[in-house]
Write a protein that binds this ligand. Structure first.
Ligand SMILES: [Zn+2]
Length: 309
């Protein structure tokens, strides 16, 4: 039987389209199947230390390259700890990326918070993996379809309220909860021996914060939560943010000031009777070098919604 390769099929389809003059109309539809489906691209890895890697490919926007939040891969004597597990559609790529770094098994997963781009593959590493999260995050995960029925076995097995230490010595991991922000259950994960902090989406990018009010998030509380973390977490040199390249403690301090400035400015504008658009226009992002203005309006809106209650 004569078989056409996908490329030949596309070329012949293209010729037919050109011949019928339908090309311009159908170009968008034609290109759709050619685009890489989510999860088919390899996930990039950044080596921070001999025992700590970050799986990136984490910048939102492009479906073909957005694999979910930054994942920390921490290699300990007893096995591998992952911080977050990306989007469910990227499961095979995530397993491949971990395997390329180490042949040790994943024995523990820490979820920084509930969102599907951070918890999507909790179920891909076997039923005996120890899954750890803040108690509010477990409650939020229980509401997700991804963790209902049979999948409930992949809900966090271990939870905490304020602080939790796992392991010891060079393998030690400290988990901290300082209050609401991105959600009401965000964990700061510290690798003390390596002087590295994973912030999850409490510090996702240099832009307006996303405060998920449906999961208890608060742009009003976020500046205070970040200030507590800055005061309470010492001896860190490198920060793994939720969705952007590695940062420093100085960057986190600046982001804290940015969120405090944004929340105060939105609150003042609201009290002065200004609209969300006016409040957004009045907040000058260019005071903060390298910051974007793509998510400021949504953050201002979140402050308005929260204060209106
Ligand atoms: Zn998130």
């Amino acid at each position: 039987m004569l078989r056409f390769s996908p490329m030949m099929k596309r070329i012949s389809l293209l010729l037919v389209l050109v011949a019928t003059g339908a090309l311009s109309m159908t170009v968008a539809a034609y290109q759709q199947p050619a685009a890489a489906p989510a999860g088919t691209r390899a996930i990039d890895a950044v080596k921070l230390k001999d025992t700590l890697y970050v799986l990136t490919t984490s910048t939102p926007g492009d479906q073909a390259t957005f694999s979910g939040g930054n994942v920390a891969v921490f290699i300990t004597d007893g096995g591998v700890t992952l911080v977050d597990t990306k989007l469910a559609t990227w499961g095979p790529a995530l397993l491949d990326a971990v395997k390329k770094i180490t042949n040790k098994p994943v024995t523990r997963i820490i979820n920084t918070h509930t969102h599907g781009d951070h918890t999507g593959n909790d179920d891909k590493f076997g039923a005996t993996v120890d899954i750890v999260a803040h108690e509010n995050t477990k409650a939020n995960m229980e509401k997700m379809d991804a963790f209902k029925g049979d999948k409930a076995q992949f809900l966090p097995k271990k939870t905490y309220k304020d602080k939790l230490t796992l392991g010891s010595g060079k393998d030690r991991i400290d988990l901290y909860y300082f209050g609401a922000g991105h959600t009401n259950g965000d964990t700061f994960v510290v690798f003390p021996a390596l002087r590295v902090l994973h912030t999850g989406d409490l510090f996702a990018w240099k832009d307006g914060p996303f405060c998920d009010r449906a999961n208890g998030g608060s742009c009003v509380s976020l500046p205070q939560t970040l200030a507590k973390a800055i005061a309470g977490i010492k001896d860190v040199d490198t920060i793994i943010p939720g969705h952007s390249p590695m940062q420093t403690p100085k960057d986190l301090q600046e982001f804290q000031r940015f969120t405090a400035d944004l929340a105060a400015s939105a609150e003042a504008a609201m009290k002065a009777g200004k609209s969300v658009d006016e409040a957004t226009a009045a907040f000058k992002v260019d005071k903060y070098p390298g910051y974007k203005n793509e998510r400021v309006k949504a953050a201002v809106q979140a402050v308005y919604d929260e204060l209106k209650k």
